[in-house]
Design a protein. Structure first.
Length: 333
């Protein structure tokens, strides 16, 4: 079954390996995602995030340089394996790549702070191929506030959401320009207040690329039922996250499990609250650790089986695996 995945952190892992002097091949490696595993998993499209940690203490670390270096990793992958994977800039590229038997690679950004508050940098990111972006990761920036702050709420289980601070003046400017450019606004990692700012001020559908249901797992990175309904009313899309802390509801985060059965429970809740058409996949592969039942991107049939056991029809499983995301990108890129 074909697969669309809205989020992975593979670019940052490949960059880290290069910086450490132990480069990994994208063709085959020990990460969750490589070309061989993508083929085995029957992927049609993988979103690759340029991930930036604003708290990076490495001497000379610059968020813009980090993002550009990860984008360079993406470009080199596309150049090295042109017969197997090709970039996506517009909906027709997805169709063209599929017709030619190629996987599509879509460039995204996880941490809008890499733009340093510059609309000009945002526009150049679009020219480089960025088609979706979170306004924050886990740090305050010029655009908005996150829900999780290292050293703060992230270490409390369950963590308390930030309902006080959301988008800043520059964040509203970015949202307007992103919508003009058709860069999809991604609300994963954004504060609760920021989510509602997006709902109030957005004129186009938005995504939560890797978030689950707060009703089932209490992490503040997940969406409340009210948020799910609002996202659905806006024509949005949510990607099921495979991280244990966003799937399970245990008294301690370290006890949480990542299983396909739990993923199917979250999918069922999304369907009940927001409808089947909002659900996609947002693995967070290569950005999550711990023991994963589905421990790389070749193992997606395990999730298909779990969804069927949960009561989803084959048509609904296909919608979750790729059709909903394909429609969303067709309509919004």
């Amino acid at each position: 079954m074909k697969v669309f995945d809205l989020h992975c952190d593979t670019l940052s892992e490949l960059r880290y390996a290069e910086k450490a002097g132990t480069p990994k091949s994208f063709a085959q490696n020990d990460l969750h995602i490589d070309l061989q595993k993508l083929k085995k998993g029957d992927y049609m499209l993988q979103c690759f995030a340029a991930f930036v940690n604003l708290g990076d203490k490495t001497p000379g670390a610059d968020p813009l340089v980090t993002a550009l270096e990860e984008i360079d990793v993406f470009k080199r992958i596309m150049e090295k394996y042109p017969e197997d994977i090709a970039p996506v800039y517009q909906p027709s590229d997805i169709r063209k790549n599929a017709a030619e038997g190629k996987i599509s690679g879509m460039l995204t950004i996880e941490e809008g702070g890499c733009c340093k508050g510059s609309i000009g940098v945002l526009r150049r990111m679009y020219e480089l191929g960025v088609r979706m972006m979170t306004l924050t990761w886990n740090h305050e920036n010029e655009l908005a506030s996150p829900n999780v702050v290292p050293g703060g709420g992230h270490n409390i289980w369950p963590c308390a959401p930030n309902t006080e601070t959301g988008l800043k003046e520059k964040g509203f400017e970015f949202l307007a320009e992103m919508e003009r450019l058709h860069i999809i606004a991604d609300v994963s990692h954004l504060s609760d207040k920021g989510f509602w700012d997006i709902v109030e001020h957005s004129t186009r559908p938005f995504a939560a690329s890797h978030s689950n249901c707060r009703a089932l797992a209490p992490h503040c990175r997940n969406l409340t039922d009210e948020m799910i309904r609002a996202l659905a009313n806006k024509g949005g899309l949510v990607g099921l996250n495979y991280c244990s802390g966003f799937l399970d509801n245990q008294p301690e985060e370290k006890l949480c499990r990542s299983t396909t059965a739990l993923m199917a429970k979250h999918a069922a809740h999304f369907k009940q609250v927001g409808g089947i058409e909002i659900i996609g996949l947002g693995s967070d592969f290569d950005g999550i650790g711990g023991k994963l039942e589905m421990d790389d991107c070749s193992k997606l049939p395990l999730l298909a089986d779990a969804l069927c056991r949960e009561g989803f029809t084959e048509d609904e499983v296909e919608a979750i695996f790729y059709r909903n995301a394909r429609r969303f990108f067709e309509e919004n890129l």
